[in-house]
Write a protein that binds this ligand. Structure first.
Ligand SMILES: C[S@@+](CC[C@H](N)C(=O)[O-])C[C@H]1O[C@@H](n2cnc3c(N)ncnc32)[C@H](O)[C@@H]1O
Length: 269
């Protein structure tokens, strides 16, 4: 079976052997394969339409080798830098604002993974009953501990990786996930290969949410969710909501985001 689509400046030509997509009838096969090809065509057309709107961006440098926990962390001009990486920049404030509103809607006890510049922490503070923060980098964790002394919500800072710390924790009404790959192997897996950076966390997150609990995470999705992202969510959660924060302004030299929007997901167990 062959499906061909001609788009502006691109041809999509899909050739399937007979043993691929073996449905009971040929009509079903044609329907399923055409749907799949149409998804690809729509995604390409969207990429073409959006291409001119991206900021120039800067090439990402490899993550410097060494234990992330003990690396020096510095903040300059609104950028948190660790191991040669722009880990967090303050242009994300409007995104953090919407994400934290969503995670705090249920009130209760909110778990936050990754303190960064503390933007989201400052927004969660005062909007829930209890706040627990897990941060892997020692210097950032020290800044988080200093910040927590002025917090209005009872706040606990736990130093370590979420992978190590989570199994010792109970359940939460909200989980906010915004970490950063600590080496290039993790970068390849969570940013390049997976449908979304939090994908490997979904199952664990669902296991630590109360009945009314919700997960909100940095999605790395521009304006909607891919099908594989949705399927990954539905393996661990019963439902989710998607909205888009627009008007983001990553600077021209941003090395991790080039678009003026990002999708926000709220997932429920
Ligand atoms: C993007 S920043 C968080 C930004 C934060 N939401 C804000 O508003 O400023 C990511 C943070 O996650 C931390 N981190 C990276 N990997 C981690 C892990 N496995 N467990 C806990 N924290 C981690 C980094 O050290 C960094 O402070």
């Amino acid at each position: 079976m062959r499906v061909i689509r001609h788009l502006r400046s691109v041809d999509v030509d899909v050739l399937l052997r007979d043993d691929y997509v073996r449905t009971p009838t040929e009509r079903q096969r044609v329907w399923m394969v055409n749907r799949a090809v149409d998804e690809l065509v729509e995604a390409l057309a969207r990429a073409d339409a959006d291409a001119g709107t991206l900021v120039m961006g800067r090439e990402r440098t490899p993550i410097e080798e060494g234990a992330w926990g003990t690396r020096a962390a510095s903040v300059r001009d609104g950028t948190l830098e660790i191991a040669g990486q722009s880990v967090m920049q303050d242009w994300e404030a409007p995104l953090m604002e919407r994400m934290t509103q969503r995670v705090c809607e249920g009130g209760g006890h909110v778990l936050e993974l990754g303190f960064g510049l503390g933007l989201s922490a400052g927004m969660i503070d005062g909007a829930c009953m209890r706040h627990t923060v897990v941060e892997l980098n020692s210097e950032v964790a020290a800044a988080a501990r200093r910040w927590s002394k002025t917090a209005t919500t009872p706040t606990v800072i736990l130093e370590g990786s979420w992978e190590d710390v989570m199994p010792q924790l109970g359940s939460f009404d909200g989980i906010f996930m915004d970490t950063f790959p600590v080496d290039d192997t993790e970068f390849e897996r969570v940013v390049v290969r997976d449908a979304t950076v939090a994908e490997t966390f979904f199952a664990m997150a669902a296991g630590h949410l109360s009945d009314r609990g919700r997960l909100v995470y940095y999605t790395n999705e521009v304006d909607s969710l891919s099908r594989r992202h949705q399927r990954a969510l539905l393996r661990s959660f019963s439902r989710f909501e998607v909205e888009v924060v627009r008007g983001l302004r990553p600077p021209d030299d941003c090395d991790y985001w080039w678009h003026d929007s990002m999708a926000v997901v709220t997932a429920y167990v």
